[in-house]
Design a protein around this ligand. Structure first.
Ligand SMILES: O=C(O)CCC(=O)C(=O)O
Ligand SMILES: [Fe+2]
Length: 671
């Protein structure tokens, strides 16, 4: 008797220990705050899809025929939420089911032990918030039911008209005024459509103009129609194509739209039917917006209860005013140049195959760069407050503003990218890594991400490292990332390679439509059952491949939910910009050839110096495939090469060097 008492106390202590670990993990990794007091929402740890636990199992266990509750399963998570009408019910279920066991099933090899906790707060990405990104205006009940019905009657996707109607992979679209070409993410101001914005919208648009909600009367309309389960990937509407002030009128079903800031902030906004969303300023230019393709949305009711609202068909009307700026594309070289062996040919090559290309693809490129990489964020966040940071080759500035305590300046060789950074209100100048015009011995920290591999001689690469060291104070640190020759390490392929479904075959690369979206595609609901505290932190795990994957994998915890189902790709999302390049098989002997080869995307590198194609997809644009293809020069680094380069550059020591998803990285300290 005494023994079994001891045993059960021991068991209790074990469960308590387990629960306290779970609480901590939920808070730190999933942004779920538990409550010591009963609430209406339970978190059921280990009762998630990732443990192969099903919705009906949880519903039966936690609800049954008598008790009404909502079960909210979240893709790729090992937990779920159960929401009740009364505290009594949730309290009873929490007590009764904590520590309960689910037997193995066909898709679940192991027994699963469930742990239950009261939830105080769910992650922002799960339920819509009342906070809106700066510059975003949500006008509810903007039109009457009658007006809405008239509008809906007037849209006919199938009519033979002069507007352009398309069935995209994950939604239906129709354009008026100007066609938005998804191939180039732009409109051609010289090619107006015969069908202008229908007059039925005049009343609404004039009202918005009158109230100064918008500054221009729009001249372009895109109608999107989404079936339940459909969505649109996160994107920023092309800044050079449209003026500030985008209007999106929602009709039909409600939906939750996700807004994400490059610094990782994520807000979900519930768009009710007959509402208009106006994106201006920061919300239009800096935050991306998108709709996760799923069949229902999780919404917090005023009483704090989480509930699922199924989605119906939603039709949105996005009104924009075009800027009139004509999209430009560069005709690619017919013949590839030689690997440069002297300074002046190197300069010429980089002008054409680095600098010019980035100027041309800046907008598009920037739209693909919204998620900071976790290890770089970690590095920035570990710097002492008030440190001075120079981000050399900052691209669209996605690492600026991450650690708000730093004094920062960014620089990029591309004027157009620097302009994007400036529009985000960060300090930036246009400049070359080989001639940094900043005061010497001044900076505490320096970032140089995906820059040095664009320099085409070893001497230039070494000088670049020396320039970084020049501006650092003694003891200052630099983090450098370059693309790695090795895209497979310890038998693990980088995501860059993995995105090519058929790695063996060089000519079937990159057109992996589903995976090439910047999302991790696969929900393996049959995956081995594992407990929450064994789940690798998604922030570590979801790292994007490398700078060149053309895909910014979203990796916020909340975003993981989105990633699973989101396979839309026609808009903005990037990865498939990379095309199959001519697979030249000649000149594979490096001694025989000085010619630069065009790399075949999503395949192992064959040479260290190469041209990597970037495509603004052809689609229906008047440009040919070649005309939309740009080639960027790269020198991909072999293992140890970056370290050697840094040591050769001089006064530094290597604090850390590592391989990060197809990239080599070093942290240097200036001596
Ligand atoms: O459906 C919506 O409300 C948004 C559509 C959108 O973002 C776009 O077409 O760019
Ligand atoms: Fe948009």
């Amino acid at each position: 008797m005494a023994d079994s008492g001891k045993e059960s106390k021991k068991g209790q202590r074990k469960v308590e220990k387990k629960l306290s670990k779970l609480r901590q993990n939920l808070k730190e990794k999933e942004e779920i705050l538990h409550s010591d007091f009963p609430t209406l929402v339970l978190c059921v740890c280990n009762g998630g899809l990732d443990n192969s636990v099903t919705y009906s199992e949880i519903l039966e266990l936690f609800g049954g025929s008598e008790i009404k509750c909502d079960v909210i399963m979240i893709p790729q998570k090992s937990y779920c939420f159960v929401s009740y009408d009364s505290i009594n019910m949730s309290e009873e279920a929490c007590k009764r089911l904590n520590g309960s066991k689910l037997a193995p099933t066909e898709s679940r090899k192991n027994e699963v032990i469930l742990y239950t906790l009261f939830v105080k707060e769910v992650p922002k990405g799960i339920s819509p918030s009342n906070v809106l990104p700066p510059g975003l205006i949500l006008l509810t009940d903007i039109i009457s039911d009658k007006y809405a019905a008239e509008i809906m009657e007037s849209v006919n996707f199938d009519a033979e008209e002069n507007s352009v109607s398309q069935q995209l992979k994950h939604r239906r679209v129709k354009h008026y005024g100007y066609e938005f070409k998804y191939s180039i993410n732009n409109v051609d101001p010289d090619e107006p459509l015969n069908d202008r914005i229908p007059v039925i919208f005049k009343h609404l648009l004039e009202k918005l103009l009158e109230k100064k909600t918008i500054k221009f009367y729009p001249d372009q309309l895109t109608v999107n129609q989404y079936q339940p389960g459909q969505g649109i990937p996160p994107h920023v509407d092309t800044p050079s194509a449209f003026e500030d002030g985008l209007v999106s009128l929602s009709l039909g079903s409600q939906v939750v739209m996700e807004f994400r800031h490059p610094d990782g902030r994520h807000l979900s906004v519930l768009l009710p039917p007959r509402s208009a969303l106006i994106m201006t300023g920061e919300s239009r230019y800096t935050w991306s917006h998108g709709i996760t393709p799923r069949k229902s949305d999780i919404v917090t009711l005023p009483n704090g209860r989480l509930t699922l609202i199924p989605r119906g068909v939603r039709t949105s009307f996005t009104f924009r005013k075009i800027t009139g700026i004509k999209p430009t594309v560069q005709v690619s070289e017919q013949h590839t140049p030689n690997i440069p062996c002297d300074e002046s040919t190197a300069v010429e090559l980089e002008k054409l195959h680095v600098n010019k290309v980035y100027e041309e693809i800046a907008d598009h490129f920037s739209g693909t760069r919204h998620t900071p990489w976790p290890n770089i964020v970690g590095f920035l966040n570990e710097q002492p407050d008030s440190s001075m940071l120079a981000d050399i080759g900052c691209g669209n500035g996605k690492y600026l503003g991450i650690n708000k305590t730093l004094y920062e300046v960014g620089s990029d060789r591309s004027f157009n990218l620097a302009q994007i950074v400036q529009s985000r209100n960060y300090q930036v100048y246009v400049g070359d890594v080989l001639a940094i015009p900043l005061r010497e011995n001044m900076f505490d920290v320096c970032l140089c991400i995906a820059v040095i591999h664009h320099l085409s001689t070893e001497d230039r690469r070494q000088r670049a490292v020396a320039e970084l060291l020049k501006i650092l104070r003694v003891g200052g640190k630099a983090l450098i990332y370059v693309w790695a020759m090795e895209q497979e390490l310890n038998k693990v392929k980088s995501k860059y390679l993995k995105k090519n479904k058929n790695n063996e075959s060089a000519d079937t690369n990159t057109d992996d439509k589903n995976n090439a979206t910047g999302y991790h595609g696969n929900t393996d609901v049959n995956s081995k059952a594992f407990e929450l505290d064994n789940v690798t932190d998604c922030k570590e795990n979801a790292e994007k491949t490398d700078e060149e994957s053309n895909s910014d994998n979203v990796c916020n915890i909340g975003d993981k939910i989105d990633e699973v189902l989101n396979t839309d790709k026609e808009n903005i999302d990037i990865c498939d910009n990379e095309i199959e390049a001519g697979n030249s098989s000649e000149n594979t002997n490096p001694n025989m050839s000085q010619k630069l080869h065009v790399h075949v995307n999503r395949t192992q590198f064959q040479q260290q110096d190469l041209l990597v194609p970037w495509q603004l997809k052809n689609g229906k644009s008047s440009k040919t495939r070649n005309e939309n293809t740009f080639h960027r020069f790269y020198h991909v680094f072999t293992k140890g090469e970056l370290e050697t380069l840094c040591i050769k550059a001089g006064n530094c020591r290597i604090l850390k060097s590592y391989y990060d998803q197809g990239n080599w990285a070093v942290v240097l300290e200036k001596l």
